[in-house]
Design a protein around this ligand. Structure first.
Ligand SMILES: [Zn+2]
Length: 202
């Protein structure tokens, strides 16, 4: 089963703000690169034209994440990120603030942050090349039977990421082309994605 992009399946409180704090420069640099490689974006022939892919980084006890439906924007400003400051996987709920609402995949990111205190960056990209080669690459994966965006999916991701550790890359079998990489640094998360792309081609 595959699921549509862009559909928010968790409940959330949102505090609208006029301004937001500056976002990690590393996050901006890596987003630009991932957009260039069409790992994040919005294309008419992919996923019904919905934006895809999102990035986040830890900020204190919260995390900053690309706002909902920003995939089609070439460059982002701080206003295109939302701050998620509380979340509960068990309740499928989070609270956020910002100029724009948080990514529909925010709870997925929260699950990875819950798995390990030293994780600081989470990149969710859509890569047909890595996703189709996930078994050849030996990537851990979440079951295709678990519907995306559910409490069970968030909890499954959290326990899978916990087994993998502070740096990892996994495929989401039930989420077409869905890949998640995380690390203690932006460089670490990005390198895992590009290494997988390199390995599937060789
Ligand atoms: Zn996705």
């Amino acid at each position: 089963m595959t699921e549509q992009e862009g559909v928010i399946k968790f409940s959330y409180d949102f505090e609208k703000r006029e301004t937001v704090p500056e976002v990690s420069r590393d996050l901006q640099i890596w987003r630009d690169l991932l957009v260039e490689y069409e790992l994040i974006g919005q294309l008419p022939d992919r996923y019904g034209g919905y934006g895809f892919g999102n990035l986040s980084c830890r900020v204190g006890d919260a995390f900053s994440i690309t706002a909902s439906q920003t995939g089609g924007l070439k460059r982002l400003t701080a206003a295109d990120y939302a701050l998620v400051d509380h979340w509960s996987l068990a309740r499928n709920h989070l609270s956020a603030s910002g100029v724009k609402e948080p990514s529909s995949e925010s709870l997925t990111h929260a699950a990875i942050y819950d798995s390990c205190a030293s994780v600081r960056f989470v990149f969710h990209v859509h890569s047909p090349l890595i996703w189709r080669a996930r078994q050849k690459l030996g990537l851990p994966e979440t079951s295709a039977e678990i519907p995306y965006g559910t409490v069970l999916m968030a909890q499954t991701l959290e326990s899978l990421a916990r087994e993998v550790g502070s740096d990892g890359i996994i495929a989401m079998a039930g989420h077409e082309d869905g890949i998640i990489a995380w690390s203690t640094t932006a460089m670490g998360a990005g390198a895992l994605i590009f290494r997988a792309l390199h390995q599937q081609a060789s």
